[in-house]
Design a protein around this ligand. Structure first.
Ligand SMILES: *[C@@H]1O[C@H](CO)[C@@H](O)[C@H](O)[C@H]1NC(C)=O
Ligand SMILES: *[C@@H]1O[C@H](CO)[C@@H](O)[C@H](O)[C@H]1NC(C)=O
Ligand SMILES: *[C@@H]1O[C@H](CO)[C@@H](O)[C@H](O)[C@H]1NC(C)=O
Ligand SMILES: *[C@@H]1O[C@H](CO)[C@@H](O)[C@H](O)[C@H]1NC(C)=O
Ligand SMILES: *[C@@H]1O[C@H](CO)[C@@H](O)[C@H](O)[C@H]1NC(C)=O
Ligand SMILES: *[C@@H]1O[C@H](CO)[C@@H](O)[C@H](O)[C@H]1NC(C)=O
Ligand SMILES: *[C@@H]1O[C@H](CO)[C@@H](O)[C@H](O)[C@H]1NC(C)=O
Ligand SMILES: *[C@@H]1O[C@H](CO)[C@@H](O)[C@H](O)[C@H]1NC(C)=O
Length: 373
């Protein structure tokens, strides 16, 4: 009996200490480290835009761009006017909910608006650049719902310059009754010279079996030194192996129109948003200070200290609107040493379902104790 009590106490202590442990010290992996192919990345960016309420997105790592382009420079019928005000957050009223009423009208998340008014010759649009400019190789993911109004281009992309860019672009003119398309582009010296990627080997219009303006979907690219793979809702879509970028740079989001009938078309007949529910990026950094932090966290590579990134299964919408964030995980600190900005993480401890998850390791520890006694 006494021995059992001591064993139970030891088990309990073990369970409790597991709660306080940090994890992911050696990074985040696409696929399990036991899989035949996997990739480990050291750094992360996570934003839960369904719960971000701010007028200053820079605090969350995203810098809204403010610039004008003339029609001539934009190579369209109209110029572009990118403003800070065209990016607006619209969170759920209930910070712990994943459905229900939102603060403003329209879909929940970060809205990037394209304006119908072009009386000054410029069409209003929105663009955000991430502050982290040191990403090289990684898995970059966005949850978003595209504009339903003909005449805009919405994009999730990584950009160094006009010859090193990974791009997923959506033209609302390509959405019809049953389906849509995504334009996959790796810009190259050829496309930079021609100012057009459409005749190069690393351009593909990939049909999608759904309308991208009807639900949120996850669009993703995994960038490795020898290839870029594109995914939709966790399913492999396409791979490119030429013109793979080699420089470090940053992520962008934008939504715009310049009236060019060959690309964005438009202007749209009414103001229209593209709405982003999350951004999740797991990547390697070229920054020396970040490398030092990583070496401190993970002096020798240990697969047990690598956290596999959960693959998105299906569209992150409706009953599946709640998705996983390492930065919101309250069971353990799964972002040791990470530079998080504000992630939009709300306290998960208040939600009843998450309270269960919070204590899950303890419950599991008690179970395993019960069996070992
Ligand atoms: C993950 O596994 C899939 C399927 O085996 C493979 O196609 C993909 O390249 C792997 N990803 C990485 C980053 O290794
Ligand atoms: C990313 O960084 C990790 C840790 O330094 C390294 O093991 C891995 O090979 C890097 N991945 C790529 C694609 O460079
Ligand atoms: C927005 O936040 C950034 C980063 O914290 C800060 O530098 C900037 O001054 C803020 N801008 C405004 C208008 O408050
Ligand atoms: C863009 O053009 C508009 C209209 O002429 C002007 O009001 C605005 O200040 C300009 N913005 C920038 C960033 O130059
Ligand atoms: C990123 O930006 C910082 C600050 O502007 C700069 O010092 C650094 O060289 C940039 N890094 C890269 C990889 O471009
Ligand atoms: C969108 O508008 C363009 C003209 O600007 C037209 O050619 C195209 O058929 C329209 N697309 C849809 C899906 O209505
Ligand atoms: C609908 O759009 C897709 C993708 O753009 C295209 O492949 C398909 O032919 C279109 N269908 C019709 C009926 O227009
Ligand atoms: C692409 O190539 C085809 C055939 O060579 C040509 O007719 C077309 O004008 C080219 N398109 C662009 C945008 O350069």
């Amino acid at each position: 009996m006494l021995r059992d009590a001591a064993a139970t106490a030891a088990c309990l202590l073990l369970g409790l200490s597991q709660l306080a442990n940090a994890a992911c010290e050696c990074g985040y992996s696409v696929n399990k480290t036991s899989d035949s192919e996997f990739a480990v990345f050291t750094d992360l960016i996570e934003n839960d835009f369904l719960h971000i309420n701010t007028e200053n997105l820079t605090e969350y790592g995203w810098q809204p761009q403010e610039y004008n382009v003339t029609a001539e420079a934009a190579r369209g019928k109209f110029g572009k006017q990118m403003t800070v005000e065209n990016s607006q957050t619209n969170p759920f009223k209930d910070a712990n909910a994943w459905s229900g009423a939102t603060d403003h009208s329209g879909d929940p998340g970060l809205q990037l608006w394209v304006r119908a008014d072009h009386s000054n010759g410029l069409i209003g649009g929105a663009e955000l650049a991430h502050l982290r400019n040191d990403s090289r190789y990684g898995s970059f993911r966005v949850g978003m719902k595209m504009s339903a109004v003909n005449g805009t281009c919405g994009a999730f992309y990584w950009y160094f310059d006009d010859s090193q860019e990974i791009d997923m672009e959506f033209l609302s003119k390509q959405f019809n009754d049953s389906q849509g398309a995504v334009n996959l582009v790796l810009q190259s010296p050829d496309s930079a010279k021609l100012l057009d990627a459409s005749n190069t080997s690393t351009f593909r219009v990939a049909p999608l079996p759904f309308r991208p303006d009807e639900m949120y979907h996850e669009y993703r690219f995994d960038w490795m030194p020898d290839k870029v793979q594109f995914y939709v809702d966790g399913e492999f879509l396409w791979e490119m192996t030429e013109h793979v970028p080699v420089k470090p740079s940053r992520l962008f989001l934008n939504h715009w129109s310049n009236g060019d009938p060959h690309w964005s078309a438009g202007p749209p007949e009414k103001d229209t948003p593209m709405t982003v529910s999350y951004v999740k990026a797991y990547f390697n950094s070229t920054d020396e200070a970040r490398a030092k932090v990583h070496t401190q966290n993970c002096p020798t590579f240990d697969p047990a200290k690598v956290c596999p990134i959960p693959a998105q299964k299906g569209a992150p919408d409706g009953a599946n609107m709640e998705t996983y964030f390492f930065s919101k995980d309250k069971t353990e600190n799964k972002t040791p040493g990470q530079n998080l900005y504000k992630s939009g993480a709300t306290s998960n401890l208040l939600g009843s379902s998450t309270t269960f998850i919070t204590f899950l390791p303890l419950i599991l520890a008690l179970f395993s104790c019960a069996f070992s006694l």
